[in-house]
Design a protein around this ligand. Structure first.
Ligand code: SAM
Length: 219
């Protein structure tokens, strides 16, 4: 019996990726280009095994309507869009025209432009333009950490019963357990994780994949 998740060495993570989540050529090119063009920001991309997990989860859940908060150069959006059911659509929210211009190029190359729509602007404002009633099957939150609670409150009422909200970076590279974190993003995530746990509108699990991924299911 194993009671604890294995800490992943670099070699073990490479094994994980090679044995179940190996990126295809397009994703490899996107990862390489992001590292080359945006070396200081490339760490914001989801991990390859997380991207593969997003695709599988989207497919398993039969998702037709999805949103993503925080698109960057497009890796997680491609992962979600690839898992959508026939006729499914993903709306991406981001503030950066620079980052998402790379994403748009890769959506084109991946043949996903009919499934993906980009809305530029602060997500606190652009999310409010979505219909208020429950209509979303899946939402992925991966943007400014101090905004997460606001995004959560905007999204939960818009999720259909059984809809999934996925939240990245809930472990803050381990700093989530710091007593008094100096970083406002980590303090915001401590509060966010408490609020999700106490939120009776959802059932949730916090998974130690990459930087921590919460999966919450709307009751
Ligand atoms: C961690 S990155 C997203 C990574 C992306 N999911 C991927 O897999 O490549 C965070 C993104 O959130 C965007 N962002 C930051 N603040 C935002 C805001 N207030 N509204 C919308 N997007 C925001 C940034 O421009 C950046 O592209």
């Amino acid at each position: 019996m194993t009671k604890q998740t294995l800490p992943l060495t670099v070699e073990l993570q490479q094994y994980v990726v090679a044995n179940g989540s190996e990126p295809d050529e397009l994703v490899r090119d996107l990862i390489d280009e992001t590292e080359r063009v945006l070396p200081l920001d490339a760490g914001m991309q989801v991990a390859p095994e997380q991207a593969a997990f997003l695709t599988l989860l989207t497919r398993i859940a039969g998702v037709r309507r999805a949103v993503e908060i925080g698109t960057f150069t497009g890796l997680s959006s491609i992962a979600i869009a690839r898992g959508l059911a026939d006729g499914g659509r993903l709306i991406c929210f981001d503030v950066s025209d620079e980052f998402t211009s790379i994403a748009r190029r890769y959506w084109q190359r991946a043949g996903l432009t009919d499934r993906v729509e980009l809305r530029l602007g602060p997500a606190a404002e652009t999310l409010a333009t979505l219909p208020a009633e429950p209509h979303l099957d899946l939402a992925f939150i991966d943007a400014d950490k101090t905004g997460y609670l606001g995004y959560w409150e905007a999204l939960v009422p818009r999720m259909v019963p059984g809809g999934l909200i996925l939240v990245d970076n809930v472990l803050r590279h381990g700093h989530i357990i710091d007593a008094e974190p100096a970083d406002p993003g980590t303090r915001a995530m401590q509060e966010f994780n408490r609020r999700v746990l106490d939120d009776e509108r959802v059932e949730s699990v916090l998974l130690p994949i990459a930087d921590g991924l919460t999966i919450a299911r709307r009751r």
